[in-house]
Design a protein around this ligand. Structure first.
Ligand code: NAD
Length: 342
């Protein structure tokens, strides 16, 4: 605070602090495209692989009595410090609310002053989609054209949006969900949005007959089986992001090239968490991180026969770089602001 005096000699405090921005979903939609999310998230993965980010492991607040949980996800990357506070309530469908909801705050790393508080729900969707898109870019066969979606919820939409940005040609998308109405809605909505051929299928096996398989369920047991995955397939395993969650059969992992987003998180809560804890897999079986592949430190796909798996848990650095991009764009615009300490 700076000081000035009025005519009666009374001291007024003049705040030199910037206003804090408050950004809702519409602003995130306006300021963040999937293309930009892909660019900044890929760069974040590279910076992390090069040791240029600080990111403690996310912590969980488990409210199992409500069938929900919260995660606190802090990070410092590329000059930005912030945290995401994100919940996961898998029965929110009945309240007409998303299963995953979040807020993100960025602070000035020199002073800690809160620069912005924003919706993190859409950013979570976009940055997770972007991670899947980057995995496809580096790990899927270049001639991949058929995509099989397991799960037809919110993340299934973001994944397909990102993949459509990185894959030269999508021939067909097959979608399976445990709920018939979910797979029909997905087919209709995503087909119209991306103008591609999407077909609902009635079994997991029909969907996994594909070049790229994307699993986005909240399953806690294997849904995708080894016997249904042909050589050369790439799999994005997105849904498992908490201890006990699992979408792929353990046998499928043990024969594949496993690329993770971050070792501690993946072991704790990623697709590999159950096979590791049950002894089907060892930490040494993990090939590397996606950041190491993107930064050229490790090879991605090496032939057309290997099965590659990207195990995504979701990193705070992905959120912070997307939030920073949104904040930088919003600064010069007419958006809601407030004085944090007045
Ligand atoms: N890795 C990450 O960074 C990340 C980020 C966001 C969400 N997630 C996780 O991804 C999962 C999906 O999130 P969402 O927001 O899309 O949820 P959602 O509820 O919108 O969609 C999940 C869909 O999966 C279907 N499903 C569940 N179990 C199934 C099964 N056994 N077989 C077939 N379909 C099944 C459901 O019917 C639903 O349509 C959650 O587990 C979530 O925690 C991970």
């Amino acid at each position: 605070m700076a000081s000035s005096s009025d005519s009666k000699g009374k001291e007024n405090k003049v705040s030199t602090a910037p206003k804090t921005l408050l950004l809702g979903r519409h602003e995130i939609e306006e300021f963040l495209s999937m293309n930009e999310a892909l660019r900044v998230v890929e760069n974040a993965f590279k910076l992390k692989a090069q040791g240029k980010a600080i990111m403690p492991r996310k912590i969980y607040l488990d409210l199992s009595e409500y069938q929900g949980d919260y995660r606190a996800m802090p990070a410092y990357i590329d000059g930005s410090a912030g945290v995401k506070w994100v919940s996961r309530y898998q029965n929110n469908r009945k309240y007409n609310l998303p299963a995953v909801m979040a807020i993100i705050t960025l602070c000035d790393p020199k002073t800690g002053y809160p620069l912005v508080i924003m919706d993190g729900t859409l950013i979570t969707r976009m940055r997770t989609g972007a991670a899947g898109g980057i995995a496809v870019k580096y790990l899927a066969r270049k001639d991949s054209t058929v995509i099989g979606m397991i799960g037809a919820g919110i993340q299934a939409r973001a994944q397909l949006l990102a993949i459509s940005e990185v894959l030269p040609r999508i021939g067909e998308v097959k979608v399976f969900d445990q709920y018939r109405d979910a797979r029909l809605r997905y087919t209709e909505e995503m087909g119209a949005e991306l103008n591609i051929s999407i077909r609902p299928v009635e079994t997991v096996e029909a969907a996994t007959e594909a070049d790229i398989v994307v699993a986005t369920t909240y399953a806690t047991g294997p849904v995708v089986k080894k016997q249904h995955i042909k050589p050369g397939t790439h799999i994005n395993a997105i849904g498992a992001d908490a201890p006990g969650k699992q979408e792929l059969e353990a046998d499928l992992l043990s024969g594949a090239k496993i690329v993770i987003d971050e070792i501690e998180q993946a072991c704790h809560s990623g697709e590999i968490n159950v096979p590791l804890s049950e002894g089907y897999l060892k930490v040494e079986d993990i090939y590397c991180t996606l950041g190491e592949v993107a930064a050229g430190m490790k090879k991605g796909r090496e032939n057309d026969a290997e099965i590659t798996i990207f195990d995504s848990t979701g990193l705070a650095i992905q959120d912070i770089v997307c939030a920073k991009l949104v904040y930088e764009k919003a600064k010069g615009r007419e958006v809601t602001t407030f004085d944090f300490f007045d």
